[in-house]
Design a protein around this ligand. Sequence first.
Ligand code: MG
Ligand code: ZN
Length: 377
Amino acid sequence: MFILLSVGLSVVAQDQYLTAKSDTTDKVYIAKDTYRVKTYSQKFKAKNPKNIIFLIGDGMGVSHVFAGLTANKGHLFLENFKHVGFSKTQSADSYITDSAAGGTALSTGHKTNNGAIGFDAQNKPVKTILEEAEEKGLATGLVSTSSITHATPASFISHQAGRSMYEEIAADFLKTDIDVFIGGGIDHFSKRKDGRNLMEELKTKGYKVETDLKEIEKVNNGKLAGLTAPVHNGRIAERGNMLPIATKTAIDILDNNKKGFFLMVEGSQIDWGGHASSTVYVVEDMLDFDKVIGQTLDFAEKNGETLIIVTADHETGGMALTDGNIENGVVKAAFPTSDHTAVMVPVFAYGPGAEEFTGIMENTDIFFKMKKLLIEK
Ligand code: MG
Ligand code: ZN
């Protein structure tokens, strides 16, 4: 009885964002502080990218982007991306994808069934772009505001039939030589049914294992496992600059590899704002994600051989902007659903190879374009 109860509770804690409800104060975002958006050079050193930084705003549709743009009084770092397209997000078995099938389409080029992680629609494991990069000798990394075992990051490194197999997903990290990963998920690595302590195993494998962002920030070489929360990181008020700090740290470490790197960074909670029908939550996480985009532009402009791709796995909430004011940074939204929707999501690209990412494409095409540019060049 106790076991049943505690399993039930942990499931609730795991996916609380799916049932969170917003109150009326969540419907309108009113700008408190805004940030300055820089303009970046559009001239690049190389024809093909040496590095790819792949940024996924979970649940980020056009309305989420424009809500952020309005809230920041008219500008986002995203405006530096001159090549823009749309991605069709349907999964193998559903008009409306979940983040597991959406992530797997982007990471492997296979449309799969909702819930599957790194498996095709016939339940066979399929190689991810991160695994391809690793085989080629490139450095690899994953960063997320959710648990690092959650569907989006998991689909780049793990092969499991079900997205909620968090402990199995955590164990899959040990089967790879990923150079850096930063996100939540301490419990899935160290409080396990099988009794293994994967944090200790990671140390044996040569990783620095850190749970404090201040320690994570100091690491600039070697291998790093940064686990910043028991499961998911909190909302922005609690987690602060976790995502920008984690992203900068990951880039510092990965850029040591002379052959180049592949890094995926997820703004996980844009989706959770949509599930909660909360304009405030969506905007907070959209702006956090855009600041991370700015940070990757800082690196890519100097580096000149880095392709940045920004997209989403699907749209969440059917978000509609029903009122607003760009001058004052005020935006109001309505959400006809607390689930994902079927609509196309935007794709933005900056850097060598960016011109490939225009027009209407399948989500799986993004994998093939990345593979052509980074692996097969
Ligand atoms: Mg996600
Ligand atoms: Zn979602």
